[in-house]
Each structure stands twice: as structure tokens, then as C-alpha cells.
Design a protein around this ligand. Sequence first.
Ligand code: MLC
Ligand code: AMP
Length: 511
Amino acid sequence: MTNLFTRLLADFPGDDAPFAVLPDARVVTYGAIGEMSGRYANLLGDLGVAQGDRVAVQCEKSIDMIALYLGVVRAGAIFLPLNPAYTAAEVAYFLGDSEARLFVCRPDTLDALRPVAEAAGVGVVETLGEDGTGSLARAAARCASQFSTVELAAGDLAAILYTSGTTGRSKGAMISHENLASNALMLKDYWAFERKDALLHALPIFHTHGLFVATNTIMAAGASMRFLPRFDIDEVIAALPHATTMMGVPTFYIRLLDDPRFDEALVRHMRLFISGSAPLSADVHQAFEARTGHAVLERYGMTETNMNISNPYAGRRRAGTVGFPLPGVGIRITDPETHAPVPAGAVGMIEIQGSNVFSGYWRQPEKTASEFRDGWFVSGDLGRIDDEGYISIVGREKDLIISGGYNIYPAEIETVLDEIAGVRESAVIGVPHPDLGEAVVAVITIAPSGDLSEDRILSHLSGSLARFKQPRAIRFVDELPRNSMAKIQKNRLRERFQDMFAGASPSGRGS
Ligand code: MLC
Ligand code: AMP
């Protein structure tokens, strides 16, 4: 019984139990999602997708996309979700690198993406719309709903999620059935999810948080979700009275606090608010508790490891900390150079071990080897354990920006900037932003003869990089600060530009 699907549903709540309540009030039961996933699993076989084949999906959030995810898992194929914001150039890389067998895109992007998929060698291209339309959904409707879930070995892969890197190309994190099943079953108990819980689900489902932490944990508990297409403040406020729990990135909580309708009465009935994917500031944590009486439960995870550290459900949830190692997860804090454990209370590299930790990066053995030390995964995050055992994330050794819960690697943006004629040098930094936590800013030096404007640079980037990675501002400087080793001192740039978004209100979010 190693298939993730079977393990998540080991304590099956019954065919009639609600699984998801959709925005139009339609209720999808556990029986219905089981049948939908069975149809997709049968269809995959008809399309020639075999066990271990990659199924890349770039679609809007929908219940059919969840059913497709479960169908892929049941068939023993590998689910590879892609952010709908990715450009054709970005998709081309993911399809080629993963050697996907099937690519599913939105009906309205088919014309643009079919040639991209064909050039990448993908054999089959189908479509799936957010309203359950598209060639894949039509074909699935003609398939049998009964499917015998494939038995697998624990290490077999369920998903590949691409994460960018500090250098070079994006890496596909290989995530197994065991990684996901062990984490979801543990989280269900640790966060006390029960059948009667209803999770307000406004996260995207192409990432760890919305797909694995939210959806898998709900299935493991036999609970249900209020399934919203995205975080829209009006829809979230309308859905809160029907939910018992919510999971979100810090931007969700910042936006809720910025809305006067969000008050104690609206959420008095709620059991739990969970935050992760980016740091929740102690200020936001305290403001939330003052407004609602609820202490947000902050936890820490990664694509490569799922969830690692969490504040307690029953004990004190400490603002500015991520809590304790989760059951079955080993955490050690080490010297970044020597990897020897640091003295108690000192800051060091967070290293992780456990059945939640991925097996490596798709076809990048050297990269995999360089991120593991003696069987411990080196997170790139810096942390400290206090004398009560609470862990704080105090910084990152990796050059990474987290904007609204999305990871953005400066190196990727700098590479595209440096290709622009007239750009001499670039340094991309994260600057504090009241809505997104951090916003991307590019600091540039241009050639003496160059007459590059901010608009020209941004329009060049728009063809290559997803919108969320594009800088919110460009700053031109004569010289980039460097240390004695000639390395750009990004900390000095961050200091110089740290107040540039200080005046913007959370709801005035674009700028
Ligand atoms: C959207 N935009 C962003 C952005 N999201 N820009 C920077 N960072 C982001 N996160 C762009 C839009 O394309 C738009 O472009 C402009 O910003 C304004 O959009 P918006 O309407 O304000 O954004 P919105 O659609 O409301 O989205 C913001 C958000 C969303 C925070 C609700 O990004 C979101 O749901 N984030 C969650 C990400 C997540 O799930 N991360 C988990 C990763 S897993 P334009 O063209 O209009 O200017 C992980 C592991 C773990 O990290 O531990 O969980
Ligand atoms: P991702 O690669 O998208 O999975 O993002 C993982 C990264 O998000 C981690 O390595 C951390 O840097 C960051 N992260 C996740 N949760 C938290 C948190 N609660 N506090 C601070 N950083 C976090």
C-alpha cells in the first residue's frame, strides 16, 4: 500500500463525505473525486503515459486539476505542475529538461504552446480549462471511473517540482510517494485536522503549499476544502464563515489585516490559521492576534523537504519563530563552512533529515551531491534554536528573494538583464515591501554610450521572465559596490534601497 493516493485515503471518510466546495457552491464528494481521478488515470494509459512518465501541467487552478494530479499519482506517473505565469521560454526549458511524455495546458494557450512542446519532444499535448473544459477533460469523461491504483515502491516518484537555483538552470526536485505520504499523515495529527474541518483553500496548486501541505493533509484527515480559484479578498472574507481553518502565505494575513471587514466576529468560530512559505513578521503575528484573538501558527518548509518545523498546535505559538522540529524530522544547525554543529543558541545553517526529504534533483547528480552532507540536506536557510527549543529563521545564505510566497532567484534575472545591449552590470536584490514581504529591484550600471530607459529594460524582460519575477523598479547607479574580492556587496545595496517601498500601503500593491 505505498501509493500516496491509497495512503492518504486509508481512513476513508465515505463516498458521500464532502471533499471540496467550489465557488458555485457545488460539492465534490470523496466518491466523486475518486471517480474523476479514476477517469484521468485510465485516460493516461490510453494516451500512452506509462509508470514513471512525466505529466507536465500548466493550467489554472481547478478541481479537475486536482483530479488529474490524483489520477497521475494513482497511475504511478509523475506530476509536474507549472506556474501559469511562466512564459513560453520558461515552459520550453521545463518540458525539455523533464522529457515530459504529456503536456496539459489551458485551451487558450494551446496555439502558442503546442509548437513549444513539440520542439521540446513532448509526444502528446492536451488542454484543460479552469471550468472543466478542454480536450483532456472531454476525453476523461468518456473513460471508466474504476481504476486499480498502481502499487509502487516507497521511493517511486509522485512529483517533480522545479525550483530555480542560485546559479545556472532550474532544478527539478524529485519527490516520492513516501516523502508526501509520511508528511501529510504526520501534519494531520500535529495540526489536529479532523473530518469536520473545512480548509479555506486560496493558494495556487502548482506548489508545495497549496498542493501537498493543504490538499494532501485534508485528504489524510478526510476533511473538506472551500476551494477558491485564487486569493481574492472579497471571496476570502465571504468564505471565512464556512471554514474552520486556513493556510496562507504572509501576504494573505497582511491583506486581511488591511481590510476593516476582517474582525474578531468574522473568525470567532475558526480553529486554526497557519502561515508559511515566507517569514511572517512578529508585527503581523501580534497585530493578527490583537485583532482576532488567534495566534497564527507559523511553520517552515521547502519544496525539497515539504514541512520541517512548526509551532505547536496546543502549546505557545511564538511570534517570529517557526517552532519545533516536526515528528520524524531531524534538524541540526551547523557551521556553513565545516558543517559541524554550532554551539547551542548560535546562528548556523539549517540541515534537515527524514522521510520527508526528497531524493535529489532530476538528472543533476552533482547538484544533488553538493546540497547533501552526510545524508543531511543543506537548506540554505540560517537559523537559531533558543533555550526553549523554538527555532527562528534569521536569514538565508542562498541569494534568494521571496515575494508573496514565490521564490525568485536573482541570478536568473541578472542573466537576462546582462544580455541586454548596453547593460554593463546588474545586481538584483529583494527590498522590504509592505504587501509582498520582499519586492524585486534591479540595480544596473550601463555602458557610457548607453541610453537605456527603465521601460525598455522591463519590456525586454517581459518576453523571458514570468511577471512575478520582473523587477518592480530599476535603479541606475554609476558603480556597484564591491568587496576586496571584487564580489558585489548586495547587503550594501539592500541597505541603500531598503526604504523605497516604505510608504506604499499593503493594498496599493502594484508599486
Ligand atoms: C502576483 N504578482 C506578483 C506575485 N503574485 N508579483 C510578485 N510576487 C508575487 N507573489 C504580480 C501579478 O502578476 C500582477 O502583475 C501584480 O503582481 C499584482 O498582482 P496582485 O493582484 O497584487 O497579485 P495577486 O494575484 O493577488 O497575487 C498575490 C498573491 C499570490 C500573494 C496572492 O502571489 C499568491 O497566491 N502567492 C502564494 C504563493 C505560494 O503559494 N507559495 C508557496 C510556495 S511553496 P501586473 O502585471 O498586474 O503588475 C513553499 C514551501 C513552503 O514555499 O514552505 O510552503
Ligand atoms: P520553496 O523553494 O518555494 O519551497 O521555498 C522554500 C523557502 O521558503 C525556504 O528555504 C525558506 O527560505 C522559505 N520559507 C518557508 N517557510 C518559511 C517561514 N515560515 N519563515 C521563513 N522562511 C520560510
